[in-house]
Design a protein around this ligand. Structure first.
Ligand SMILES: *[C@@H]1O[C@H](CO)[C@@H](O)[C@H](O)[C@H]1NC(C)=O
Ligand SMILES: *[C@@H]1O[C@H](CO)[C@@H](O)[C@H](O)[C@H]1NC(C)=O
Length: 626
């Protein structure tokens, strides 16, 4: 068992031999270096020269000499993958580079309009030959968000990459039916120099059908007829297809897709607002290898078909966020089947499913495989649901409960509210430990008299109860593997629960914004018990003050992102402490903190070497970001 990445990074700073140990080759798989074009990155790239097979993401390259020298250095690195987001490189500098990248597997030219605007990229045959002989092994090409991609430039580039496995054209202007330039239906003009046509895309898919398994056409205006054309390409057997926000797609087009591409494993049809449950039924019946499905924002979807969908045994990840008509009962039905006949979900997103009612039953049937659960804005999540999560979903790594406004301290503590137990607000209870958990099994949690939202109370059997009593307890503490927890805007929470149960050794991201009742006691407890924190949000927690920051900062030296926005008791004093103790801060949000002065902000910037984003408000001025 190895330390997690962030712990390993920390350990590597202890001494030279630990540093060398942390550089062991077994940790060096899929290493990605991500940096902006700058003088210091030149040094970095030089030092990479000896390393083989790494990936680079270089931001903000331009046509000036620094960028050019950087690209010259990149030529010497044994690159696996290259991405140049937010850059404006010239054709010449890329042409100087590409013929050297013989081991390249992945090339990301997303949004690089500067390269395609003139239409002359790769127009010379000898350039094409050079590039092709270098990158003919390229497997992944991302050409998303290119405004000026045309049949001509597309063909020149893909002509150099004859064995693509993955192609992304998200957000490109593809002419699916009608060519506005020639004024006739697509297909009449052979190869367009003005736009990318369906006909041309189809030609590529046909040529490379033997290798191509993933296609991203999100945010295009693809029509049902065009999707049919693509799905029917001879020999094409897609595994991953992304059609996010393709608003013209209909249920019928999903039915046709599923019929012709039955091997699909990942399908993203989120934001396809015309789709209804008919599409869900088609997917459930037709895609027996499905692992990941996103139906987010397909708000016409109802319960129908969801039982069959979660009965697809290969399904691992399901996104139903903002599907307002989903109540959960059908999912419970599907997941109640025996293990071999149902999904072992690892990720479930139910954000903003406001009518989600079966949370309790769902948690019971989801099982120990679940790693990520998002119940943000599910207003019917109650204390009982939280106790069920802590009891049945102990494998959770990510839990999001933002805006679950009914949740109270009782739920987090794993206790039933009784008149004899007064939820304590006393500040000195912090170290007494979780004594409540041991007795919880006897406190009648499974015999609440009426559960209006609980449709299948019969699911709780005496066996459940027996098993439950064996467990350590049902407070949030049971979720020992948590790395991300979001309790923002669960406005009934107070120090009583936060100081007791937010104690997770591996927790990296904690969001506690808009909790009006929590005080410095919560901040201190969190800092002491969650030493691995890298992100902490406490915005709009009005009681957090300099005193809390003073006590907590010494424990938070790994912090990289901190938000104290609209915490009005925060003053310059906190900033000085942060500068002293939290040297790794990259983003700091102290906007709407009225008591912070300009000179301290200047000081902070000079003291924090990694600071990239600072949101603040200088007294009397307006909010701004640096
Ligand atoms: C945490 O939850 C709040 C409230 O739902 C939300 O606004 C915020 O974006 C969430 N934070 C993250 C990082 O998910
Ligand atoms: C869900 O919550 C809403 C708002 O809090 C409430 O009006 C409704 O009765 C609840 N539904 C169930 C089934 O509990």
């Amino acid at each position: 068992i190895f330390l997690q990445t962030s712990d390993r990074k920390e350990a590597s700073l202890v001494c030279r031999s630990w540093y060398i140990a942390s550089q062991d080759l077994c940790f060096q798989k899929n290493v990605i270096f991500c940096f902006p074009a700058s003088a210091s990155s030149l040094e970095l790239v030089r030092s990479l020269g000896r390393r083989s097979r790494c990936s680079l993401i270089i931001r903000q390259l331009d046509g000036f000499s620094l960028s050019r020298s950087l690209l010259l250095e990149v030529r010497r690195v044994g690159l696996d993958s290259l991405a140049l987001p937010g850059s404006s490189v010239t054709e010449a500098s890329l042409l100087a580079l590409l013929p050297r990248l013989t081991s390249l597997r992945r090339l990301d030219l997303r949004g690089l309009d500067s390269l395609f605007m003139s239409g002359a990229f790769l127009s010379r045959k000898e350039h094409r030959q050079q590039v092709k002989s270098a990158i003919s092994g390229l497997e992944e090409l991302d050409l998303s968000d290119l405004r000026y991609l045309s049949d001509l430039t597309f063909n020149r580039l893909t002509g150099c990459t004859p064995r693509l496995r993955r192609l992304a054209l998200a957000g490109c202007h593809i002419a699916f039916e009608f060519d506005p330039y020639s004024g006739c239906p697509v297909g009449t003009v052979k190869v367009s120099s003005a736009l990318l046509s369906l006909r041309n895309l189809r030609k590529l898919l046909t040529e490379q059908s033997a290798t191509l398994v993933a296609l991203d056409l999100s945010r295009t205006s693809i029509t049902p007829e065009s999707l049919r054309t693509i799905a029917q390409v001879q020999g094409l057997a897609l595994e991953d297809l992304f059609l996010q926000s393709c608003k013209e797609l209909t249920d019928y087009s999903v039915e046709v897709l599923v019929k012709h591409q039955p091997g699909l494993q990942k399908l993203d049809i989120s934001g396809c607002t015309e789709l209804t449950s008919r599409a869900v039924v088609a997917v459930a019946r037709g895609l027996s290898s499905l692992t990941d499905l996103s139906l987010s924002r397909d708000w016409k979807i109802t319960e129908t078909g969801l039982a069959d969908l979660v009965s697809v045994p290969s399904l691992r990840s399901l996104d139903l966020s903002e599907c307002l008509h989903v109540g959960g009962a059908e999912m419970v039905k599907g997941l109640s089947r025996c293990l071999a006949e149902r999904a072992q979900l690892e990720k479930l997103n139910l954000r903003s499913c406001t009518y989600m009612r079966a949370v309790f039953s769902l948690t019971q049937v989801l099982g120990g495989s679940l790693r990520e659960l998002d119940l943000t804005s599910c207003v019917n999540v109650t204390d009982l649901s939280v106790r069920a999560i802590a009891t049945y979903l102990q494998g959770l790594v990510v839990l999001r409960l933002g805006w679950c406004k009914e949740v109270t301290d009782w739920g987090l503590l794993g206790m039933v509210e009784t008149s004899t137990f007064i939820c304590p607000h006393s500040p000195r209870q912090e170290d007494r430990g979780p004594r409540f958990t041991r007795t919880f099994g006897n406190m009648g949690f499974f015999k609440p008299p009426r559960l209006p939202f609980e449709e299948r109370p019969k699911l709780v059997t005496p066996d459940d109860l027996k098993q439950f009593k064996l467990q350590a307890g049902a407070s949030l503490l049971a979720l020992r593997r948590l790395r991300e927890l979001n309790l923002s805007a669960c406005c009934k929470l107070t120090d009583s629960s936060i100081t007791q149960v937010v104690r997770f050794a591996d927790l990296q991201c904690l969001f506690l914004s808009s909790l009006p009742d929590i005080t410095d006691a919560s901040l201190l407890a969190v800092a002491r018990h969650c030493r691995a924190l890298t992100s902490l949000e406490l915005s709009r927690c009005a009681h957090i003050s300099d005193r809390g920051v003073a006590q907590a900062a010494p424990f938070l030296h790994r912090l990289q992102h901190l938000s104290l926005s609209a915490c009005n008791h925060i003053t310059d004093q906190s900033l000085l402490l942060l500068a002293q103790h939290c040297q790794r801060l990259k983003t700091l949000d102290v906007s709407k903190c009225n008591k912070i002065s300009g000179t301290t902000v200047d000081h902070l910037q000079s003291q924090l070497p990694f600071l990239e984003n600072l949101h603040c408000k200088i007294s009397g001025g307006t909010d701004f970001s640096l």
